[in-house]
Ligand binder design. Structure first.
Ligand code: ZN
Length: 378
């Protein structure tokens, strides 16, 4: 009924012919006044400005028509592990997966500790165990990754903030300043000592990761970690400062919004900026108990005052496909996925061919002939 009330307030129906001679609008005016009073009371007391309603309706349809209106030019995506699960990358937070079981051995205080630098400095092993499992180049981006790429191609992606270390956003075609990888990227690694910060290459790190050696700086013997670009750095850099206050639409996908300071970013967009959550469950809602998102900062899908947040409970791929469909982008998105996946497959096949040829040239006489090998890749 709360939603219905709000709808009535925004789109007044023609008044009924009432027996008492009133139009029904009087009641609306009273309600509106009451809400206005509350809004201004809250904004004065808490220093919040009342939110202006941008979406026609709090649904994926509302989001689609907002994007189509042309007023939505700066989209920020915030993504987490959930966007990569359909690529075959297990969410290390999900019980029942091999990865989760592997990480159990390390007795993490809580799963996200694996990404926190203070924890890493004391216990680097679980991070590198995870890195070994998720090392770039073994998986294909998902439909959701390509949806983000489409936002870029359409010229409305401001930036994608990712919590993932699988680099699938890059594989899908985001590059350079399109992307901020909150937990670092494998592209460069750095010594964690702030007095040293020596840089190491991807090849150097890959060698350490797969030889199961904890990487240490050869200059100062501190740990070396993939990714110098921590979100903490980003928080103080120009991107963050200009991105969030100028955001027109925040799309949050596949993240439980549990890791700070990442989670708090949802509250940094303007008060009238619509925020869409595409996820298997609701998350990021304001909670006094958690205190993480702070009052006025958390997502609000259901309260009386909900005015800009939309939740679509589904897999990230399904949610993106539904949104693409509403936008008339469905065929284009399917075509993009097909084309890109085919390109990755053919690259993989030629790489495997090269490796196979190499090994047969070297020593492996017992390996199957070229015909048999070819069939392995089909
Ligand atoms: Zn060092």
């Amino acid at each position: 009924t709360d939603r219905a009330d709000l709808k009535v307030l925004n789109i007044p129906k023609p008044p009924d012919n009432r027996s008492d001679g009133t139009t029904g609008f009087e009641d609306l005016d009273k309600k509106e006044l009451k809400l206005d009073f509350l809004r201004s009371l809250f904004s004065r007391t808490l220093g919040l400005s009342p939110g202006e309603k941008v979406l026609d309706e709090l649904s994926l349809e509302g989001v689609a028509s907002y994007i189509q209106s042309g007023k939505c030019k700066n989209v920020i995506c915030m993504v987490g592990a959930g966007i990569s699960t359909s690529a075959g990358i297990p969410d290390f937070r999900s019980p029942g997966t091999g990865l989760y079981a592997n990480l159990q051995h390390y007795n993490l205080p809580y799963p996200e500790a694996i990404f926190q630098i203070d924890y890493f400095k004391k216990h680097p092993e679980p991070f590198f165990a995870l890195a070994r499992e998720l090392y770039p180049g073994q998986f294909k981006p998902t439909l959701c990754h390509y949806f983000i790429r489409m936002l870029k191609d359409k010229g409305i992606l401001k930036r994608c903030y990712s919590q993932n270390i699988d680099t699938l956003e890059r594989v899908a075609g985001l590059e350079g300043e399109d992307l901020i990888e909150a937990h670092g990227t494998f592209h460069t690694s750095h010594c964690v000592s702030q007095f040293c910060s020596k840089e190491y290459s991807m090849a150097w790190m890959k060698d350490k990761i797969f030889s199961e050696v904890i990487p240490k700086c050869d200059a100062c013997n501190s740990l070396v970690k993939p990714g110098q670009f921590s979100l903490r750095t980003a928080l103080h850099c120009c991107f963050y400062v200009s991105d969030f206050p100028n955001c027109d639409l925040l799309i949050i996908m596949g993240t439980s919004l549990q890791v700070q300071p990442f989670a708090s970013l949802v509250s940094r967009v303007p008060k009238n900026c619509p925020r869409v959550l595409i996820n298997m469950e609701k998350t990021g809602q304001a909670s006094f108990a958690a205190g993480l998102l702070g009052f006025g900062g958390g997502l609000d899908f259901d309260s009386d005052g909900a005015y800009r947040d939309v939740v679509y409970l589904s897999t990230c791929d399904d949610g993106c496909m539904a949104l693409a469909d509403l936008l008339g982008w469905k065929a284009e998105l399917e075509e993009l996925v097909k084309r890109e996946h085919a390109a990755i497959d053919s690259k993989d096949a030629s790489k495997k061919d090269a490796t196979a040829n190499q090994s047969s040239e070297c020593s492996d006489k017992s390996s199957p002939g070229p015909e048999a090998r070819k069939s392995d890749y089909q």
